[in-house]
Design a protein around this ligand. Structure first.
Ligand code: ADP
Ligand code: MN
Length: 343
């Protein structure tokens, strides 16, 4: 069971709102959310092929407006993530996990007091490199105000969201253990790319962002290893494309979250272990072998995880056919990874 004192600021968010928390072990994320997102996670069990590309849903948690998350832990985690300590917006008393109680919803996302508890797909890695690719040229659903539609349409038109159906929404890439002169690299050796980084790309230049994510010589990820990862991630995106083509769903502003081991040496080891484990019997859909392998838990080094996340505006829509808005972004992402693999 999860308790209040376990919660710390989640240091591995690549994009999105403040207020994502984690537990002390880092195995889950606790994210303020809407009733729509919870309903979507709860109904995903009926769509197992799709659910294989979602983080495991562990329940909901109600944070009361009184009480605070342990200050020391919060400050430490915030410092490690090089975020201002004041950005820890989620405060409250965590009650026990209550999957059946949606709790009261009070207006805006970060004020609902309702959080979703999910498998942290950025765990366990030694140095996770993380990329959030936000899907869709249209980023709003029917419930959005005219003002919000116009704002999001403007961002889409100015970025690759419109032209490619996706944009890079945030990224963090480990730059190795060596001394860092780059002022953009934080104390933990990560270069953190905020939401404005991905907005500057055009349809032709966005491949450079993926290159920056996947080729990191200073961290031991050379051309060869980078290309190996590109091909692995491409397979995952093709898997996502396939399940999306088979579902009748509408999701606006959902993301593909890419995570892979950013420590080149650890990445090599994880890939080798995986190869010897699977020895011939390829299982392309199981990139993240966390602890559900038959080997002892924690023994299995993870090389990567690719999942769809952020279902605040996602619903199943029987009769409406496939989600071409999200699929445009998935197909473009596959195309760019394919181009990168051939370079
Ligand atoms: P929002 O964009 O509405 O704030 P998201 O669901 O996109 O919410 O979450 C924000 C960020 O938190 C994501 O960009 C991602 O980096 C991180 N995140 C969300 N869910 C998970 C998860 N299950 N595992 C790991 N990281 C996650
Ligand atoms: Mn998001």
């Amino acid at each position: 069971p999860l308790s209040e004192s376990d919660l710390v600021v989640f240091g591995d968010a690549a994009a999105g709102h403040d207020g994502v928390l984690s537990d002390a072990s880092g195995s889950v994320v606790v994210k303020p959310c809407t009733a729509t997102e919870i309903a979507f996670y709860e109904s995903a069990a009926m769509h197992p092929a799709f659910a294989a590309y979602m983080p495991t849903y562990m329940g909901t948690l109600k944070l009361s407006s009184s009480g605070t998350v342990d200050e020391t832990a919060t400050a430490a985690a915030a410092a490690a993530a090089s975020q201002p300590a004041g950005s820890a917006t989620a405060s409250g008393t965590a009650s026990a996990l209550s999957p059946d109680d949606p709790g009261p919803l009070r207006g805006k996302k970060l004020e609902t007091g309702l959080s979703i508890v999910l498998e942290n797909i950025a765990s366990p890695f030694k140095k996770p490199n993380i990329l959030d690719v936000k899907l869709g040229a249209q980023l709003w659903d029917d419930s959005a105000s005219l003002q919000k539609r116009e704002r999001l349409d403007k961002v889409a038109a100015e970025t690759t969201s419109k032209s490619l159906g996706f944009r890079m929404a945030g990224m963090k890439v480990w730059q190795g253990a060596g001394e860092q002169k780059d002022p953009l690299v934080d104390a933990t050796g990560y270069r953190v790319y905020n939401k404005f980084y991905g907005r500057k790309f055009s349809a032709d230049s966005v491949i450079e962002g993926f290159r920056e994510f996947l080729f990191v010589p200073a961290a031991g990820i050379d051309d060869d290893l980078g290309r190996t990862m590109v091909n692995i991630l491409l397979k995952q995106v093709e898997g996502i494309q396939k399940v999306l083509e088979a579902e009748e769903i509408r999701m606006y502003s959902a993301s593909i979250l890419f995570v892979y081991e950013g420590d080149g040496e650890a990445l090599r080891r994880a890939l080798e272990e995986e190869k010897s484990r699977t020895s011939g019997t390829a299982q392309p859909d199981e990139g993240d072998r966390g602890g559900d392998d038959d080997e002892g838990e924690g023994d299995v080094a993870k090389a990567y995880a690719v999942k769809l996340i952020d279902f605040a505006h996602a619903t199943w829509t029987p009769g409406l056919g496939s989600d071409e808005n999200a699929l445009q972004g998935v197909r473009s992402t596959a195309k760019i990874l394919g181009d990168l693999a051939r370079m």
